[in-house]
Design a protein around this ligand. Structure first.
Ligand SMILES: [Cu+2]
Length: 223
């Protein structure tokens, strides 16, 4: 015969299992997918911004970033392994890698040459990773992957704001060259991008405080 105590115990343990199921997912930080864009263009297609927008992102281990392509100019999203010689865009890693692909420096990841669609890369390990476009030598970006215990300095809204501001700046750099042909305007975009990256050239490896690093680079943290 069951005692009142044993009924209570089984009822309590049932409730505890239900609570565990309800609470556990809240305790595990959900992996986020961040959004970024590859390049931008003026409405008349005459000016191209050759840049990753936003150019630099901080994410957590396990997060992904989806890069959207929406310009007539072809670009790639490529992560080379340390020391890997930069291949031609038609050659790639060699080749392209599946969408999505993980990147942790151990194997090259490459979207291939795209003008539309999107490409997603996940980041299973902490570290600082350089992003390149194999079509445009000066078109680079950076992804800082932090452990989940570390706070992220910016949210998606900030990156969207940053991306817009950067695109406008690069496209207006090219505006003065309108009428001299798309190649010249593209060059202006490349130069704009180069200027920006020269400012960014301080080595970002081993950053201990990403926020102050970002602030020191003049990022406006109040979108
Ligand atoms: Cu490019």
């Amino acid at each position: 015969m069951k005692t009142l105590n044993s009924y209570n115990f089984s009822a309590i343990s049932r409730w505890l299992s239900v609570l565990a199921v309800l609470i556990a997912p809240q305790l595990v930080q959900a992996a986020a997918t961040w959004q970024a864009t590859v390049g931008a263009q003026s409405h008349d297609l005459g000016r191209q911004a050759l840049a990753f927008l936003a150019n630099e992102l901080w994410v957590h281990v396990g997060d992904s970033i989806t890069w959207t392509f929406a310009t007539d100019e072809v670009h790639t999203v490529t992560f080379l392994t340390p020391g890997q010689t930069r291949p031609a865009s038609q050659v790639g890693c060699p080749g392209v890698t599946p969408n999505p692909s993980p990147f942790d420096n151990s194997a090259c990841v490459n979207s291939g040459r795209l003008t539309s669609g999107s490409y997603t890369v996940s980041f299973p390990a902490a570290g600082n990773f350089k992003l390149v476009c194999l079509v445009h030598a000066n078109m680079t970006g950076a992804v800082h992957v932090l452990n989940s215990s570390e706070p992220l300095p910016f949210d998606q809204r900030f990156y969207d704001f940053q991306a817009n501001r950067e695109a406008n700046a690069l496209l207006s750099d090219g505006a003065g060259l309108e009428g001299q042909g798309i190649a010249t305007a593209e060059q202006a975009g490349a130069n704009g991008s180069e200027r920006r990256h020269r400012r960014d050239r301080s080595d970002w490896r081993g950053i201990s405080n990403p926020l102050s690093h970002a602030l020191s680079k003049g990022y406006d943290c109040r979108p």
